[in-house]
Design a binder for this molecule. Sequence first.
Ligand code: NAD
Ligand code: TYD
Length: 363
Amino acid sequence: MYSKTESTFEFFDSDNTSNKEHKIILVTGGAGFIGSNFIRYLIEKYPNFKIINFDKLTYAGNLNNLTTIEDNANYVLVKGDVANSKDVKTAFEQFNPDYVVHFAAESHVDKSILNPDIFLQTNVLGTQIMLNYSREHKVKKFVQVSTDEVYGSITGDLKATENDPLSPNNPYSASKASADMMLRVAFQTYGQRINVIRACNNFGSYQFPEKLIPVVIGNALRGMDIPIYGDGKNIREWMHVEDHCKAIDLVMQEGVSGEIYNVGTGNKWKNIDLVEYILEKMKIKNDLISYVLDRQGHDMRYSVDSRKIRKELGWKPQIDFEEGLDKVITWYTNHMDWIEEIANGTYISYYDNIYKKRMLETQ
Ligand code: NAD
Ligand code: TYD
């Protein structure tokens, strides 16, 4: 039985319609970067879907990311921890979702090197708990939002295919690879309907300023140093977050159960070249660039072969990189308050200020 003292579960339903007949999508980690973009995308595209955002609201969970849709009648916020069985059980009993799209994770490699434990707890145990309750509640499809980082560093000009072995090199990618293995188990042993999506690096609005592109734009706008790890020659493949959201939606609804889909653009950059390109676009001098000590175990290159999702599901990226980057630079330039609230920590009190007050008012 759910016990309040042992659980962190709380929920806010803007029009108290949790029992209405809708296609119900449980999105975990929906207050983060990709999750919040995905929720906005679903709300706009599918007026008949009900979206449950199940999020622990860690430092990376920012409800300011969802202000444009927070009052939508089809949106429910649930504050809970995927690694806490009681929270997850309560959410499944309350909402009985048709689909689960699992974004919730600790997502930053540098943090994982400093403190791997929470990565295992959330990314591995949390995924297993989500799978357990999805099985019990006969969820139609569980979509695991994994990453190209599970393949490890890719040499030469090769691209990782879905059949390649997993060779993660840091605690973050190892935790994501472990979760992918439990997805395999869910399919092979229990016959659950699942998909795994392994995408390249995303960029876009609402990305937490700990990842490269928002660090570069945010620091440049504030005249702060831009740290380049090592010699800056590491290579990443980049995709606009809205193209990733479309791929996730497609896989959720049309992906063949049990299949893994790589999602990539082929758009690869050395870090230093990308940083210089962004500064050039922003008309800001390169003298903010500051070479710093390299990341431990820094993967040299990520690259995925995404022919499968293109051929089998008809996905292809639609946002041109340069246009996407322009859009993102403009977004951050116009949302300096969003960055400032993160820098001064006030974004963390948003839940207490807005949601708790509204919950009391509706009781
Ligand atoms: P993010 O760090 O911006 O957001 C993570 C979200 O998960 C936050 O809202 C946070 O509060 C929530 N969360 C963390 N621990 C939780 C827990 N125990 N219970 C419930 N919620 C919890 O991450 P992101 O960049 O949006 O990435 C989302 C997913 O996509 C991750 O699984 C990540 O591995 C994957 N991914 C990210 C990228 C990328 O470039 N950012 C690329 C490929 C895959
Ligand atoms: P990041 O955005 O952390 O994504 P990931 O490591 O998961 O791919 O980093 C992207 C690349 O940029 C990676 O090679 C590390 C590098 N990097 C910097 O050089 N400076 C920075 O301040 C950050 C955050 C990353």
